[in-house]
Ligand binder design. Structure first.
Ligand code: ADP
Length: 660
């Protein structure tokens, strides 16, 4: 029996939901904390109690240690689970929680501190006999000295901010003449992001695989490892797909890595769930002397479910037991790997547009069910993906007796996932799961970047069949009393315009498909449904002869969100009376493409603008998004000001078209 009766979860989204599920199953009362933006979020709906702790930006809510501890005390919670991200690796927070008389579900503050800086952590584990990447991680920080060290290590080298995380403050340098500039820029980024300009230098591992070991320690001196996860599929040093066990892992290497990980954890007096990240040189297969310590994450990882699936353990339950002073219920020799598990991170982002975050309302959200499938979601249909936090929708985790089965199940699940509203990376992930190189185990951390084209993460042509399906749905949904009735084309009395008793009824309408203008010719042949031909100035995009599209359509107002082959196409009529494409540009009204901040407005009322000219820039999720004039014309109104927070869809600028 755990002594925790009531648990506050100092987190949000998917991981808050995940922790609540296990806590509830253990009979523990759950308290959520939430920001204003999360008032109606799924994890808030799931918790037994909720305390609102502040405005939407994380630094005013989820990063406020004092507000969270106050919420725990006022709600009668006796423990705090920090989840991942936010305050989970903040030693001061862990310390303050304990000082307030509460249980911190995580390691002692001293362990977090010892592993907090990459240079100190490397020095510490090296002393414990754990192999580290050859390099320099000392105190001397002069530019010339560091350049000389880089020369000794041998190029290419990697410069890392000692306080770095999330890939920030990291620079690969290929040749000595590039070193000084790369060093300056890594130092600047370290200072700007972490308030610490210090760096370390490592040999750049040429064909690197990211392999990490899950460890668990209790307060009674027991420390075990729960095998490895391979997280080599990354983009910008962020994990995209994770799996357990690692493909082609020799048993001797697994044992050596597990032993090294346990040594590293013991070196800092670790308690609870932790992960030791290693980099392995995959060029000639995995070898017992070919892996090196990178860093330790002193918390639960996003990718912990793959370990749960191959071990049959519930890591959150174990965390709560350990936090309650219970000993681990197993020894190393009791643990074994069963089967194979793969996780994909489903994000509200658009791989075809440089992975731009795509926030907004989830008009439709449905996951498949199937054998060996686990979905850890943070949202449900009808919820919002807000611009304030990480835009993860869910984690899809597939399990099977072997790797091929798990990958097949995951690919199928991704293809059968339906997200309408924000764009998402489902198709990209499915393509990844089916890509031959990855399946054959020929991959390293550069795999995704090297195959962006083949993975479809480049601009794609408009999907004509999806557009046709969307148009049909829009026609069906249009009010019969409106300009174009379409029902029962065989019944002439229901048709009140364009009806020619002597031939098929014919109509032209302007259409926007993913913001691009097309002309639709609609024909109602006698006794048949509507036939649509879509074309632009150059060519026919799709017509009646194009075949039937297997598509799922969600009509919202005057827009149709069409899902075909796990890809979303947005279709809308652009008739002058209706107005508006995805960004509202068709009628000269430039709308904000997403929730965000206006960072630039380049035009004023009365300016004449040319089609394609940049008018304004909106920033969301630290990415800039430019807005261009849809036509030649004159600026009739400007509703946006620099610095303003703007909601998706609100009109920013109005252009009077020259043609009007
Ligand atoms: P962060 O804390 O910013 O995430 P890490 O030290 O964990 O940085 O490294 C992130 C990723 O960068 C790793 O998963 C790996 O892909 C790559 N990487 C790190 N060190 C090296 C190295 N010495 N050689 C090649 N790649 C590396």
């Amino acid at each position: 029996m755990v002594m925790i009766k009531s648990l506050l979860i100092a987190n949000r989204g998917e991981i808050a939901c995940r922790i609540i599920r296990t806590a509830r199953a253990m009979g523990i009362r759950t308290v959520a904390v939430c920001s204003q933006a999360d008032r109606k979020a799924l994890f808030v709906r799931m918790a037994d109690q909720v305390v609102e702790i502040g405005p939407s930006p994380a630094r005013e809510s989820y990063l406020c240690a004092d507000k969270i501890i106050a919420a725990a005390l006022s709600s009668g919670a006796d423990a705090i689970h920090p989840g991942y991200g936010f305050l989970s690796e903040n030693a001061d927070f862990a310390e303050a929680v304990v000082k307030a008389g509460l249980i911190f579900v995580g390691p002692p503050a001293a362990s977090i501190r010892a592993m907090g800086l990459k240079d100190a952590a490397k020095a510490l584990v090296e002393q414990a006999g754990v192999p580290v990447v050859p390099g320099y991680h000392g105190a001397e920080q002069g530019a010339d000295f560091l350049a000389a060290q880089a020369g000794l290590i041998g190029y290419p080298v990697l410069i890392k901010a000692v306080a770095g995380g999330g890939g920030k403050g990291m620079r690969k340098v290929d040749a000595p003449q590039d070193f000084a500039a790369a060093l300056a820029s890594a130092q600047r980024e370290g200072q700007a992001s972490f308030g610490d300009p210090r760096v370390l230098i490592e040999r750049y591992i040429q064909s690197p695989r990211h392999i990490e070991i899950q460890i668990f320690a209790d307060r009674h001196g027991n420390c075990v490892h729960l095998f490895e996860r391979d997280c080599s599929l990354q983009r910008r040093h962020q994990k995209v797909i994770e799996e357990a066990p690692a493909p082609d892992m020799p048993q001797a290497v697994r044992e050596a890595m597990g032993k090294a990980a346990v040594e590293a954890a013991k070196a800092v007096g670790y308690v609870g769930a932790g992960t030791i990240e290693f980099i392995a040189d995959g060029a000639n297969g995995l070898t017992p002397d070919g892996f090196f310590f990178m860093e330790m994450n002193t918390r639960l990882q996003v990718e912990h479910p793959v370990t749960e699936l191959i071990t049959g353990l519930d890591l959150v339950a174990l965390q709560l037991q350990v936090a309650s002073n219970e000993p681990l219920p197993f020894r190393q020799s009791d643990l074994a790997i069963h089967g194979h598990a793969v996780e994909a991170r489903l994000y509200a982002e658009d791989p075809e547009r440089g992975f731009l975050p795509s926030t907004g309302h989830l008009y439709h959200l449905a996951f498949p069910e199937g054998e060996g499938l686990r979905i850890d979601a943070g949202v449900e249909q009808g919820d919002e993906v807000t611009p304030y936090y990480d835009p993860m929708i869910a984690k899809l985790i597939a399990y099977g007796p072997d790797r091929a089965t798990a990958l097949d199940r995951l690919a199928k699940a991704l293809e059968d996932t339906r997200v309408a509203g924000p764009r998402c990376n489902a198709r990209f992930l499915a393509t990844l799961c089916r890509s031959p190189g990855f399946r054959q185990g020929h991959f390293d951390t550069g795999f995704i970047d090297a195959h962006l084209d083949a993975l479809g993460a480049v601009a794609q042509p408009v999907d004509g069949l999806a557009a046709l399906a969307g148009l049909k749905a829009l026609l069906d949904a249009e009010n019969p009393a409106s300009r174009v009735p379409v029902h029962a084309p065989s019944d002439p009395w229901s048709i009140c315009d364009a009806f020619q008793a002597s031939g098929p009824r014919r109509l032209h309408r302007q259409v926007l498909v993913d913001g691009e203008p097309f002309k639709a010719e609609l024909v109602w042949p006698q006794g048949a449904g509507v036939e649509i031909t879509l074309s632009d100035e150059q060519a026919v995009l799709a017509g009646p002869a194009s075949g039937k599209a297997e598509a799922h359509v969600t009509v919202v107002g005057d827009k149709a969100y069409v899902l075909r082959d796990a890809r979303q196409t947005l279709v809308a009529f652009a008739d002058p009376s209706k107005g508006g494409d995805e960004h509202g540009a068709a009628d000269g009204r430039i709308k904000a493409p997403m929730h965000g901040k206006v960072v630039a407005v380049m035009v004023a009322v009365g300016d004449s603008v040319a089609r394609g000219q940049r008018l304004a820039v909106v920033e969301a999720m630290k990415m800039e998004h430019g807005l261009a004039a849809p036509c030649d014309g004159t600026v009739a109104a400007v509703h946006a000001t620099v610095g303003q927070q703007i909601a998706e869809g609100s009109v920013m600028i109005e252009i009077e078209s020259q043609a009007d």
